[in-house]
Design a protein around this ligand. Structure first.
Ligand code: PMP
Length: 394
């Protein structure tokens, strides 16, 4: 008797089935097959990694550094990172025990969820948010609880909205400012209110600050540096955005030693150590003054593009709040009478511009679309002209 080929031996788990594929990739994959498309869809710098960083990565290979590093990452990199965070934010981490180098901020997010989320736990997640936040909580068996942030309130997180969503099962909060997809930045007093709330309810806070060096016209506030927060916060970051290093895959998690020991344990079994050449490159990103200069010049370029797109969208008739960080604008497309899905689909097929429907970032994003302005002024200008031509008759 031959075996029945229709078997459910490879059935996947409910927690994996519960997570939809990323709504960003869907549009990106379509756009990639259409050469004339201007993609404002993907959250990735258009710059090549700055020269001194690139050279350091290559030199490390030529010097024969082709093996594993310590599980936690190169000690020189952890020392440089701790010094960098202390210099910028005044927050102190012991490089030996409180810093873990990961494969991008993405790995760090998964490790934290794996280490902190017990099945059945609820984690508050302000939306619209980066697509991975609810996904990592669900993969870990927890329940992400969306907390709405609104256009009318500059997408700031309001403690009253957090309070309204808390239950006996709430254990923590996962925030990310500057925000992907809105570009919102939380001002210090508002973050302090969130901190007070976390302390009052004894919640942990996972703070993804991967865009910390892409903030325009103000200083970034590091959540872990707020009074009393270091002991209940996991600070996540990475090199992908500020240093134009998405392909190198280096991120980090900083937290009190017992939690970092748990993260390292998982990391050790699934990764061993982050790519070695990329760690040497990241070390140069933190220590070579020319790299810091390059970061400032890329940030200045994003700032000029930011002003161009925000003015452009508002002039076209798509109300857009002024983002103060990252490289995204989040126009309101409701005045067109189209849903954000219809808007993005027609814009792509009829006018060859790719944007991402806001609901890819949670229900709170419905009616909006995300525009990544990490592309040249020329392409942005052309894209705005196409969007204007699309919107005018609507
Ligand atoms: N956090 C946020 C808010 C992001 O936008 C991204 C990338 N889009 C990441 C984390 C992960 O980046 P990486 O894994 O490249 O460090």
């Amino acid at each position: 008797m031959t075996a029945d080929p229709r078997t459910d031996a490879l059935r996947t788990t409910t927690r994996v089935n519960a997570v939809p594929p990323s709504g960003i990739r869907r549009f990106f994959d379509i756009a990639a097959t259409m050469p004339e498309v201007i993609s404002l869809g993907i959250g990735e710098p258009d710059f090549v990694t700055p020269e001194p960083i690139l050279r350091a990565g290559i030199a490390s290979l030529e010097a024969g550094h082709t093996g594993y590093t310590s599980n936690s990452g190169l000690i020189e990199l952890r020392v440089a990172l701790a010094a960098h965070l202390e210099r910028r934010y005044g927050v102190q981490y012991d490089p030996e025990t409180e810093v873990l180098i990961t494969v991008g901020g993405s790995e760090a997010l998964h490790l934290v969820a794996e280490a902190l989320v017990e099945p059945g736990d609820e984690v508050l997640v302000p939306e619209p948010c980066f697509v991975a936040y609810p996904a990592v909580v669900t993969f870990a068996g927890g329940t992400p609880v969306p907390v709405v942030t609104r256009f009318e309130n500059d997408f700031q997180l309001d403690v009253a909205d957090l309070r309204a969503r808390i239950t006996a099962r709430t254990r923590g909060l996962l925030i990310g400012y500057p925000s992907n997809p809105t570009g919102a930045v939380m001002d210090r007093p508002q973050l302090e209110a969130v901190a007070d709330f976390a302390a009052e309810r004894n919640l942990y806070v996972v703070s993804d600050e991967i865009y910390d060096q892409l903030v325009y016209g103000q200083d970034h506030t590091c959540f872990a540096a707020l009074p009393g927060m270091r002991e209940r916060t996991v600070l996540l970051g990475g090199f992908s955005k500020s240093y134009a290093m998405t392909g190198w895959r280096i991120g980090y998690a900083c937290a009190p030693a017992p939690l970092v020991a748990a993260l390292r344990k998982i990391h050790q079994y699934i990764i061993m150590s982050a790519p070695t050449a990329a760690q040497y490159a990241a070390l140069a990103a933190l220590t070579d003054p020319a790299a810091a200069t390059a970061v400032r010049s890329m940030a200045a370029a994003y700032d000029a593009r930011r002003r161009l797109v925000v003015d452009g969208f508002n002039r076209i008739g798509l109300p857009t709040f002024e983002p103060r960080g990252a490289f995204y604008a989040f126009p309101d497309v409701r005045p067109t009478g189209l849903s954000s899905d219809e808007f993005c689909e027609r814009l792509l097929y009829e006018h060859k511009v790719a944007m991402v429907p806001g609901e890819a970032f949670g229900e709170a994003g419905r009616g909006f679309a995300r525009c990544s302005y990490a592309t040249s002024i020329e392409r942005l200008t052309e894209a705005l002209a196409r969007i204007g031509a699309f919107v005018a008759p609507l």
